[in-house]
Design a protein around this ligand. Sequence first.
Ligand code: GTP
Ligand code: MG
Length: 368
Amino acid sequence: MSSIRFLMLGGFLGAGKTTTIARLARHYQSQGLKVGIVTNDQATDLVDTNSLRAQGFDVGEVPGACFCCNFDKLTETVGELTRSARPDIVLAEPVGSCTDLVATVVRPLQQLFSATFDVAPYAVLLKPSHGGRILRGEAKGGFSPQAAYIFKKQLEEADLIVINRIDELSADEAELLGGLLATNYPGTPVLRMSAKTGAGFEALVELLEQRGQFGRRVMEVDYDTYAVGEAELGWLNMSLSVAATEPLAMDGLLLDLIARLRDSLATIGAETAHLKAIGMADGAYGVANLVSSFSPPELSLASRAMVTEAQLVVNARVATAPETLTEHVERAARAACAARGATPTFQQTQSFRPGRPVPTHRILQPTA
Ligand SMILES: Nc1nc2c(ncn2[C@@H]2O[C@H](COP(=O)(O)OP(=O)(O)OP(=O)(O)O)[C@@H](O)[C@H]2O)c(=O)[nH]1
Ligand SMILES: [Mg+2]
């Protein structure tokens, strides 16, 4: 039996991984390939899983820990996707605050599962909103040095770096980022792309098709610094249902919730890595996002639905304490509902500081 192509796409929280994976999945499907997707986060109720499934993809979820710390669950989940119909290609999205993925996922798959998987080059998306500040070493308006350390380590281990969101960058800004990457990561190919418009996407597909020696960058990682950076980014998953007597625009509700959250987090100076909210009702779904404190809220998927009942899931990664984050999300959800005469019923909330990463495997020797 031929091996399954395994393509993991890295990048910081909100860099555009899910958007790119959806685009890659549509591309491979149009080539007649069977695609499986694996999402990953520290708990259940993932906006990404819901949104990719709503788009019709076959998605397995690895909850509870990142791929590196829950490696066996990753291979098990691929096995489950395989049971219904064996995929030709598996697209995997790791947690956006994870690094050292070459040593803990790529090489273990290459060396321990070489008969099952054919591992693609490891591409990492650069998020311009935080990337420019971090690569220039600017302290203000961003994260702690430990979270910035994770951001930089993610880029260091990449076979290929992709500057995403070029639709929003001027030629000068893209040039500047390209220059910073060339100085900091000499020898790593850099592409420019917009996962939203598709500009530069073909070049990414071409590079990802390459076969050969990948995952060869041997990288030092200080796990103490990594653990502090990871813990700084408070983590929340909340699910709630919303009921209204008069139909309300679901997209407006989602955007308003995210906008209120942005404003209230600004009052305590808590930097957002990624806020996302999905609304689902009768087969309609919409997603609203915020990728940094200094960007506008955006609707990444429009439902265009008028609803009297909806199910909402909110995922948030923000540099603040989990209890504070819970308070702010609840308040924003209540206010966005009240503004429309709707009533929220909170179902489950999980919020915490992620623990220290303890990888299942860590292989420092590149594959021969
Ligand atoms: N303008 C623009 N927006 C983009 C682009 N790629 C992604 N986005 C938007 O950026 C936001 C985050 O994108 P995601 O694909 O969810 O990012 P992610 O890396 O999967 O985020 P996490 O799963 O939280 O780590 C969404 O609102 C997307 O619509 C792009 O190329 N251009
Ligand atoms: Mg995602």
